[in-house]
Design a protein around this ligand. Structure first.
Ligand code: CMC
Length: 428
């Protein structure tokens, strides 16, 4: 017999079924709550206790520090798979065969262009525009050039929409960077792999040959895999909720980019590096910044620390820390910021304030250090996160539509004025 939860309210008892996930997670199914109780709802700002959906894509256990995509551990995927394979896995549910992966790669190559008129839109931005704003706008603008709606019941149409966005989004990412740097807008090189091609588009200069660097491309591939999905985080929930109104894939992804931009979410990677730079410039006094982070009268937070779900080490942070060491060593980069980061991490992990609140380094703490070593400008860090998160957003959008989820529309408890008569302007 399956479990039930009983709610007692005003002397009346109500029974609700308890849903069990494949990893023994439990949730009280309150779908009928409002109807059976005559209007009672739940309230949970920030959705700290609310599951918005059932999903078969990503499993994470924040207490144990576990992250898996479609059942495969993030550690194994980071070591053995490449980004496009992981994208296929997330979106379609299984690892691709050689043939499927080759077809996926070829189909993406075929779509790796954007309409020349997109350049007019890009031209309208000032050079100083933040690339996340540019990326969100360009993604939205893509709709005008790909206006055909996707029939979500057609596997073929769904596949073709997935291929189109995976092919075109990296071009937008690169153009956002090139605009900022005053560089020519490069196009894809169909002979290269997905990530290498992105790297070439980013770093090819008009006056010199592109130099392939395996260490750099592998590190980039790895970072993208680690960022590829993270179940119902802020930007993914945004993508799902925008898509739940039956807005198209590109519109939903554009909204996801905006949600990711904030410093409490993906924007943290830029904020971490700026914080570490400020600490170095201030003489490297980590204790001063630790004290600021703990001072409740100071809005400063230790960026790259803490997580809504992880109350243990973020498994991605562990992999990235090791990769940062290796990449800096392989590239012969001696970055004082890495030492400050390690010092800060050590202090925080031994500090009672951080221990009590279970604040551990998150994915963003070390990623900026690698991006910097790879020659990626600081204001592009969150854009790189978006590039990595793209397959996750697509997979979650597709799942939401295929499961025919209802439109996302939370309720509220109104705490404003009661009905009052209108007051004429002369009498106010
Ligand atoms: N520095 C100092 N104190 C912190 C920090 C921090 N980074 N994070 C949380 N706290 C404190 C917070 O002040 C609160 O203390 P108290 O209980 O005394 O009021 C307690 O820890 C719980 O924090 P919360 O804000 O209620 O937790 P949350 O789950 O709402 O927020 C978070 C999670 C990630 C927004 C938050 O930890 C944070 O702001 N971290 C810094 C920004 C960051 O690194 N974000 C990247 C997250 S991982 C990648 C991603 O999601 O994109």
């Amino acid at each position: 017999m399956s479990d039930k939860a009983i709610l007692e309210y005003k002397g009346q008892k109500y029974e609700f079924p308890v849903v069990e996930g494949s990893e023994n997670e439990h949730a009280i199914d309150i779908k009928t709550l409002r109807a059976v109780t005559g209007g009672l709802i739940t309230i949970d700002p920030g959705y700290k206790n609310t599951g918005s959906c059932e999903s078969a894509i990503t499993f994470l256990d924040g207490e144990k520090g576990i992250l898996r995509y479609r059942g495969y551990s993030i550690e194994e995927l980071a070591e053995k798979a490449d980004f496009l394979e992981v994208a296929y896995l997330l979106i379609f549910g299984e690892l691709p065969s050689k043939k499927e992966l080759q077809k996926f790669n070829n189909d993406i190559r075929e779509e790796s262009y954007v309409d020349e008129e997109m350049k007019n839109i890009l031209d309208g931005f000032p050079k100083s525009a933040h690339p996340m704003g540019v990326l969100s706008s360009l993604t939205s603008a893509l709709i005008a050039f790909n206006p055909i709606p996707v029939d979500i019941d057609s596997e073929e149409e769904m596949y073709s929409a997935v291929v189109r966005i995976l092919a075109k989004f990296p071009i937008l990412v690169v153009w956002a960077l090139s605009k900022r740097q005053g560089m020519p807008l490069n196009y894809s090189d169909g002979r290269l792999g997905y990530v290498e091609n992105i790297h070439k588009m980013m770093f090819k200069r008009p006056h010199r040959e592109y130099q392939k660097n395996k260490v750099v491309v592998d590190a980039l591939d790895n970072l993208l895999i680690l960022h590829a999905d993270h179940e119902q985080n802020c930007s993914t929930s945004t993508v799902r909720i925008v898509g739940s109104s039956h807005a198209g894939l590109f519109a939903s992804i554009s909204a996801g980019v905006s949600a990711l931009w904030g410093p409490l979410h993906g924007g943290a990677n830029q904020a971490v590096l700026e914080m570490l730079e400020a600490i170095v410039a201030d003489g490297g006094d980590t204790k001063k910044y630790m004290a600021k982070a703990k001072d409740k009268n100071d809005p400063f937070r230790l960026m790259g620390f803490g997580h809504r779900v992880y109350k243990n080490f973020d498994p991605r942070a562990k992999i990235i820390k090791k990769a940062a060491d290796e990449v800096l060593h392989d590239l012969g980069v001696d970055d004082p910021i890495l030492e400050v980061a390690k010092g800060l991490e050590k202090e925080a992990l031994e500090d009672q304030y951080f221990i009590d609140r279970k604040l551990y380094p998150n994915v963003d703490f070390y990623s900026g250090i690698i991006y910097r070593a790879l020659g990626i400008p600081t204001e592009m860090f969150t854009v790189m996160f978006a590039l990595g998160r793209l397959p996750g957003w697509i997979a979650q959008w597709r799942e939401m539509r295929q499961r025919k989820e209802p439109i996302g529309r939370p309720r509220q408890i109104y705490i404003g004025e009661n009905l009052r008569p209108f007051v004429d302007i002369e009498k106010r």
